[in-house]
Every structure is written in structure tokens, then in C-alpha cells.
Design a protein around this ligand. Sequence first.
Ligand code: SF4
Ligand code: SF4
Length: 344
Amino acid sequence: MEQGNLRSQRRRRTLDRRLREAKLLLRGAIDTDHPVMAHIIPIRRCNLSCTYCNEYDTYSKPVPLETLRHRLELLGNLRTGVITLSGGEPLLHPDLDNVIRSIRKNAILAGLITNGYLLTADRVKRLNDAGLDYLQISIDNVMPDDVSKKSLKVLDKKLQILAEYADFHVNINSVLGGGIRNPEDALVVGKRAMQLGFTSTVGIIHDGDGQLRPLADREREVFLEMKKFEKKHFSRVNGFQTKIANGEASDWRCRAGSRYLYVCEDGLVHYCSQQRGFPAKPLEDYTVEDIRREYLTQKSCAPFCTVSCVHQIAYFDSFRGKQTRTVEPEPREQVVTIKKAARV
Ligand code: SF4
Ligand code: SF4
């Protein structure tokens, strides 16, 4: 496609996406009985093995397309606004384009979180054709090391391909904490993202329960330096993250299980990737009553939680819906151990 046609196609797609986002925002603001966002896992397997990650394995098979389609329909029935495909590495799923088409068919915005390794010009064009709305790549460092291979050196070519061909919104997330060696790398990654016309966010790596690991001094300095660029749209960081950077508890209402759902490869609804095991109810049986209950449930892990997508969704309801019920999720390792023991 010629450069001029490509630009006008991009403009049309952006306008269309913004209109659908506006509807989602309006619905999210006036009605609390539906999830604003769900993450769904089409495959748990990953082609990388970042040492801080507890969300992948090396052997799982892809969830069959028909099973995923059924889950997407169920999320559509719950009137979910955005569905983001996560993993593992979702690009390893052989039917991913059809999964994205099914999301869009249910009038839902479609997002994808990927490590970017499998992106090619052709793959990006197929994602355009399937109707993808958002893509996020997390880049952990400038040079690959033993903690993470998601480095700018390896992925810069992929970013250039995205800049040239992607019709969808691209966000580059950089991270601090969790053993990432050079905190300054986050600045380099953020600047490169801006240069290529993408948005940029910074996240803080959490421990196995989604809880805060305090940042070291230099990490905190870099974090605050990135925050200074916020007004220039260099990066989007929220007030809660500033508290996290300072090692302080955050006072907020986690709406996981209600406004945000995490649907694992087995089709169970969990609070989030870091609290798998709660409430662990089949999506098939999840109803608006569950959404209402969890909306009013205070989670004991909230004060030091670093799961940023759930924080962001919580802004919709920060001024309403006082939580009257409490739950204390067990540490994730304990839940996994109990489940493994139950299988034996
Ligand atoms: S690429 Fe993502 S899913 Fe895969 S191991 Fe790294 S952090 Fe985990
Ligand atoms: S506060 Fe909510 S998002 Fe954070 S770890 Fe707990 S359940 Fe997950």
C-alpha cells in the first residue's frame, strides 16, 4: 500500500477506535454492573523465560479456538469493554487472528500483550486485518542479560516494523525493579518509543503475589525522572505508582473480579495474574451477582499492589462504591502448592 493510503487508513482506524473507546468510557462511567476490561490467556507457554516472571510455562498447548470463542461470547454477554490477550506469549497461538476477529465480532475492543519476538511485517499486517486495537510490548533492558532477553537491542527492529505497518495503537512498557540491572535503561526505552511515535509507560515489577518490592535509590530516581516527563506525554505514570516508588501503602479500591477479570487457560475467573486461585470460578457460571459482590469486596493485598491495569480500571469507581466485604487472598505460591497437592 502507498504511504498516503497507509496514513489515511491509519487515521480512519484511529478515529473508529476512539469512537468505540468513548462509548466504553461512557458506559463504564454510568453503569458499574459490567467488566471494563478482561485479560484472557490463549496459551500459557512462552518462548522466553524472564527470571522474574510467574505467568508462563514451557509446555502448555494452545487453548482450542472454539473454547476461546465460547469464552469471548461469555465475556460479551457480561458486556466486557476491552479484552486483552496475554500469556505466556499469545503470538504462539496458531489461531490468534481468528481469536481477535471473534473479540471484535462481540463489539469489544481487542488488545494484545506480547514480547514482540515473533513480529514480522507480514504478522503485523495480519493483526491489522484481524482488527487489533492495541498492542503492548514490555522492554526490560537495552542489552539482553540473564534476567530478561526483552531488550531494545533485540527488539528495535520489531519496533521499526510496527512504526511502519501497524494500524493499531502501540504502547511500549519499560520496567524497574525485580533484578533489572540498569534502571537508566527504562529512560532509553521510553525515549525510543516516543521517537517512533508510540506511547510509553513504566511499570514496577512485583513479587509473586503482585506486591511491592521496594525500589532501590537509583531506581526511584529514574522513576521520578520519568514522571517529570508525564506532562510531555513521555510516559504515563499514576499517583499510585509514585507511592509505590516511595515504598508507601496506596489507599484505593481494587475492583478485580468485577470491573476487571482475569480468565486463565482453564476458563476460570481470577482476581488478577498475581492472585490466581481467587475466586477461581468458571467463567461459564460467572454472573452479574459475582460482579456486584466483588465490586464491594476489599482485597487485603491492595495497599502494596503493583498490578497497574487493575489500578487504572479502579479510577472509574474511585469516588463511589465503598467496599463492605473483605477477603484475604493467600500467597499465590500457597494456592499453587495446594492445587498441585490436590492433583496428586
Ligand atoms: S516474555 Fe512475558 S510471559 Fe514470557 S517469560 Fe517473559 S515476562 Fe513472562
Ligand atoms: S489488590 Fe487486586 S489487583 Fe492487586 S494483587 Fe490484589 S487482587 Fe490483584
